[in-house]
Design a protein around this ligand. Sequence first.
Ligand code: 523
Length: 137
Amino acid sequence: MTERIVVVGAALLDGGRLLAARRSAPPDLAGRWELPGGKVEPGERPEAALVRELREELGVDAEPVERIPGEWPLRDAYVLHVWTARLRPGSAAPAPLEDHDELRWLAPAEIWDVPWLDQDVPAVRETLTRLTAGRAH
Ligand code: 523
């Protein structure tokens, strides 16, 4: 049986806006926007992977808030799990250090202004529902 590998994605929220990150690689994903994150390493808790990936990719100190229910298939044996997350006090502002070439903080009315990866769309839609319901900020 093929092993299932969880990829964690962060719906990083600040001031009622969602961070979107434009991928710079690989070529078939470059130019599309995603919830930043990456693969959970063997033995690693997914929440710890989320914090690690956000530090590596964006240079931020973040904390997971809550899991968005659901999981979405990616290529091969990967599945995407998403958490809302927020910056810890004193964190640096996010910067595109690796994997991305542009970042945007999107207000609810701007969420669909960028071409998200197809597989991220359901979680982005759910995040938007929470933002507009005032359940996340
Ligand atoms: N996705 C994806 N959406 C999404 C993420 C974070 C990842 O579709 N929000 C896909 C893209 C890749 C796979 O999941 O096919 C792994 O993501 P990647 O490359 O960001 O994971 P890393 O950073 O762990 O990968 P390495 O650079 O190989 O360490």
